[in-house]
Design a protein around this ligand. Sequence first.
Ligand SMILES: C[S@@+](CC[C@H](N)C(=O)[O-])C[C@H]1O[C@@H](n2cnc3c(N)ncnc32)[C@H](O)[C@@H]1O
Length: 291
Amino acid sequence: MELVKLTPLEFRKIAKVVYEKTGIHLPETKLTLLSNRLRKRVRALKLENFKAYYNLLKDSKRCEEELPHFLSAVTTNETYFFRNEALWKFFRETWLPEVVARKKKNRSVSIRVWSAASSSGEEAFTAAICLRESLPDFSRWDVQIIASDISQDVLDRARLGRFTEYSVARLPKKYMTKWFDREEDAYVIKRELCKMVSFRFHNLRDPFPNANFDLVFLRNVLMYFDTTMKVRVLTNVSNALVPGGRLVVGDVDPIRNCPTLSAAMTLEYRGPNVYQKPAFDRTLAATAPKG
Ligand SMILES: C[S@@+](CC[C@H](N)C(=O)[O-])C[C@H]1O[C@@H](n2cnc3c(N)ncnc32)[C@H](O)[C@@H]1O
């Protein structure tokens, strides 16, 4: 049987499942896109139609097995090295010297970075390159970069450390030579950089366990969520920062563009796309006994 498109009713039902599982809000204009993406799953499972696929998603036992494929199918994973050069300049020239000064003051050598919604790892590995290139006395530091996503497909790809021409197109040539091996069909990141990044499954709907990040990248993902989900994600991410930690958002700042989010935001605006968790708890400071 020819699988054409989801009907508007099927679309609404499946979009509801997408929202429940991921927080991604799909407007009806995405009907063709969702049809195209799920058609592959319907065929892979040898199902008759989209209705049968929806029934499978609603059957908790069968859904468990399908869920990773479903999440990979409904997410958009566009990413590349050095996306938004201005932010990486900020990372190297502003954030890094500041964090080094703060750590020295606290006699700490640990630096924790989280690439939240990392896709296939280009953002996390860009951070790794910048840290290797610009962190003075690199070997004396304990650097950990965590990269997370809800798509197992992209996480599996990220762990291989193999990248396409498209992915590395904006990578400065000197870094390409230094940090990649060229294979026939891929640019392969050096083991030394691979070791700096750990990839894991994480849904931004949920708090990140035992988090103490100095910097969180949350770029090009909030735009898929509605305001309720954005507030939830920003709360989770803010809680994952250490006092004084920074949050970097995407190219078109989703927080400043939305009054509800700006009002709910507990972090301080520090410049284009950058927010900071206050270095101390103002509520406690305000109520602390004087003298
Ligand atoms: C467009 S990519 C952004 C990649 C990278 N941050 C960048 O800016 O280049 C968006 C990523 O968000 C992930 N994503 C979507 N919803 C998510 C959720 N609820 N939790 C975690 N990741 C999610 C998708 O799987 C996708 O890989």
